[in-house]
Design a binder for this molecule. Structure first.
Ligand SMILES: [Mg+2]
Ligand SMILES: [Zn+2]
Length: 183
């Protein structure tokens, strides 16, 4: 069986910003997150990102900028031996009423189709309620991290049943792989 994990991007892998991540310069990894992805890769996990990027619809940045941001993400990942298998993103705003913007499950459905896997039991990690909701309705196991908007999400409550909470991605991966976080 294919081992897979689905990650939100902003606030899970990199620092979030209320002003959106609009350029490669604004994309700053959360300490330990890329190393955690490398550990997932070593354990045989495919690592896939599912990210709402409504800044495109809001014209805060364009596809060229998003591609450049993701090139930086891939480059920094590669430097620590990590590989992201795919990045799915929704470029729409809420008003577009698309099927891909989380909390809807469209991106998760696409991931299942692309990799020809059932998402039942696949761990998904997010810092916002809508990440966990989209994963939950897709059959994924929801994990909340307290980085990014995570603490606020935790305080607000209403998390999907069975949501597990971790300080950050590194700690979540350590539990998933049952290995200690490297110093
Ligand atoms: Mg997020
Ligand atoms: Zn969309």
């Amino acid at each position: 069986m294919l081992k897979m994990i689905i990650l939100d991007r902003d606030g899970v892998i990199n620092q979030d910003s209320p002003a959106f991540i609009k350029s490669p310069a604004e994309w700053i990894p959360i300490p330990g997150s890329l190393e955690a992805i490398a550990r997932l890769n070593q354990a045989g996990y495919r690592v896939v990102i599912a990210s709402n990027q409504s800044g495109i619809a809001r014209e805060l940045f364009d596809m060229g900028s998003l591609n450049a941001i993701h090139q930086k993400l891939h480059n920094h990942a590669q430097q620590v031996g990590a590989a992201i298998d795919a990045i799915f993103f929704c470029p729409h705003a809420a008003i577009d009423n698309c099927d891909c913007r989380k909390p809807k499950a469209g991106m998760f459905d696409e991931i299942g189709k692309r990799f020809k896997v059932s998402l039942k039991g696949v761990p998904t990690v997010g810092d916002s309620l809508r990440d966990l909701q989209a994963g939950y309705v897709s059959g994924c196991l929801p994990y909340l991290v307290l980085t990014g908007k995570g603490q606020k999400t935790f305080d607000t409550g209403g998390l999907p049943p069975g949501t597990k909470v971790f300080p950050d991605l590194a700690a979540m991966v350590s539990l998933l792989l049952k290995t200690p976080t490297p110093a």
